[in-house]
Design a protein around this ligand. Structure first.
Ligand code: PMM
Length: 284
């Protein structure tokens, strides 16, 4: 699966076009403790059904994750992550007609998930956490999302600090791109993500959304994942509707250059995405 200059992503079974529209990545967390959907899809049948439902609702990619990366979360062993995700990947990948992405930073998990049918890897560490992952990606020839993080999920929200937020995020993503390309990952198979909430204060997240267009200098498709993150509650307060806040963040991201957005509630968010796309691209 490769990403072509024309705004298309080639995957095992076809092409995904992000020319003139934003691709929605729908989330299925097979974890007991993820921030918003922890515990809901721990049973493989429920997770598979949820993935199929997200496809019906208009998702272009389904992202399956087995380790929570919420602030303070401890890493889990690869065996446990594989135990959670492999039955879901195996059951879901062959039923979906869209790509299944595996949300992991571990080479072993990525490799086995790809063997079971995953066609894309989503690494929240941007290749910082597992030196073996780049080789797995290169050998499999699958695209990867490289996301920015400062610290680790366990420590990242203790005291995030930047002298130059956009400069540091861009430099770190560029280092991840260089590492991937040195390992043999195709330059057009790399998607970048500023990592909303990953070692960032609410002010940092808002600044990243406001200045997102600066990431286009990296010359790669941009993915953004603001869905249900705590900066929304920080802005809206206890009475705020998180899904409305997510919709606003998704629209801002799209108008500032996001090509893909990662969300939990595809059925609701698709309307905000469709409206933002009409503003950005015009009505087809
Ligand atoms: N956020 C989470 C998990 N994976 N992947 C990418 N590429 N970007 C993100 O912003 C991102 C991610 C955490 O969210 P969740 O646990 O609520 O799904």
């Amino acid at each position: 699966m490769t990403i072509m200059a024309s705004g298309q992503i080639r995957w095992r079974r076809g092409l995904l076009s992000y020319a003139g529209r934003t691709l929605v990545m729908g989330v299925v967390n097979v974890t007991p403790d993820s921030f918003s959907d922890g515990g809901l899809y721990l049973e493989p049948d429920k997770a598979i059904a949820r993935g199929l439902e997200l496809e019906d609702e208009g998702a272009a990619i389904i992202d399956v994750g087995g380790e929570s990366t919420r602030p303070g979360a401890r890493p889990i062993p690869a065996e446990e992550e594989l135990r959670r995700v492999l039955p879901v990947v195996e059951g879901l990948a062959r039923r979906l007609s869209i790509p299944l992405s595996i949300d992991t930073y571990k080479a072993r998990v990525a490799e086995q998930a790809i063997a079971m049918g995953a066609s894309m890897v989503n690494d929240i560490s941007g290749l910082q956490f597992d030196a073996a992952l780049a080789g797995v990606l290169a050998r499999a020839g699958v695209p990867v999302v490289l996301s920015h993080i400062q610290g680790t999920p366990e420590t990242m929200q203790r005291a995030p600090r930047y002298a130059d937020l956009l400069g540091e995020v861009k430099a770190s993503l560029q280092a991840g791109i260089a590492l991937a390309e040195r390992a043999g990952v195709s330059p057009d198979a790399i998607i970048v993500d500023p990592g909303i909430g990953f070692g960032k204060t609410a002010a940092h997240n808002l600044e990243l959304l406001r200045r997102l267009s600066e990431l286009q200098a990296l010359g790669r498709p941009v993915l953004v994942g603001p869905s249900r993150k705590s900066f929304i509650g920080r802005v809206l307060g206890a009475d705020g509707l998180v899904e409305e806040g997510t919709a606003a963040a998704v629209v801002a991201a799209i108008l500032h250059g996001a090509n893909l957005v990662r969300v939990h509630d595809v059925a609701r968010l698709r309307w905000a995405v469709r409206m933002a796309d009409a503003i950005k691209f015009g009505v087809a």
